[in-house]
Design a protein around this ligand. Structure first.
Ligand code: E4P
Length: 223
């Protein structure tokens, strides 16, 4: 299972990579614009925090294959390292995925709302497919079921590709998606913390410490 962080907030990235078993960072144009500074320096800063071998997924902006390919090559040269270009599953995006595969640039198909979109993207050469779980749930769909169908389609057809489930607003969505077989998720720093948080865990830790201090007094175990 691969955890990725869906943010361009450098402090949040540093903290999560320090604490948690992180495998990568994902961004999209909306996430980048929140930082309100030059996008290339943001991406280079992220790259220098996570290192060149860690996955960084960065989204292309254009709607024609030629432009998407130009953007992908530019990002690949400017940021480098273990980079995946996120490309929406529109027809020109599928064409770009096919062509970038031939040029050795890795892609993540994004803005996925159905299993068939994911299936075609992988057949075109995408390494990851990113279904938008919360956005599906929001229109009375079932994001976890879409993820389950994608995983099943890949298995049935022997496709070696990973689902990068995205767009989460709560822990229950993450839980259902992981049970559905997603091999990777990308979540906000807040959801990453919430995956671990439980009041009884905090209560138990405080109780252990107060019991200890009641007998041995304040101080570390190693004192
Ligand atoms: C990641 O690939 C997506 O861009 C992102 O998770 C979308 O999340 P949102 O629906 O919370 O904007």
């Amino acid at each position: 299972m691969l955890y990725m962080l869906d943010t361009a907030d450098l402090k949040a990235i540093e903290r999560a990579f320090d604490l948690y078993p992180m495998s990568g960072v994902t961004t999209n144009p909306t996430i980048i614009t929140k930082e309100k500074r030059d996008f290339l320096s943001i991406l280079r800063d992220i790259r220098s925090i996570i290192g060149k071998d860690t996955m960084l997924h960065v989204q292309a902006l254009s709607k024609t294959a030629d432009e998407i390919i130009r953007e992908a090559e530019f990002l690949n040269e400017s940021i480098g390292g273990n980079l995946y270009i996120k490309i929406p599953v529109i027809p020109e995006g599928i064409k770009a995925i096919k062509m970038l595969k031939k040029r050795g640039i890795k892609t993540t198909a994004t803005a996925i709302f159905t299993a068939e979109q994911a299936f075609m993207a992988v057949n075109a050469g995408a390494e990851f497919t990113a279904p938008y779980v919360n956005r599906i749930d929001n229109i009375s769909g079932n994001g976890a079921r879409v993820v389950e169908e994608i995983v099943r389609l890949f298995e049935v057809h022997g496709l070696d590709s990973k689902v990068l489930a995205a767009s989460f607003k709560n822990v229950e969505q993450v839980h259902r998606v992981l049970l559905s077989g997603a091999q990777s998720i990308t979540v906000s720093p807040e959801i990453m913390d919430r995956l671990l948080a439980h009041p009884l865990t905090d209560w138990s830790v405080d109780r252990f410490i107060s019991d200890w201090e009641g007998v041995y007094g304040k101080g570390k175990l190693t004192n």
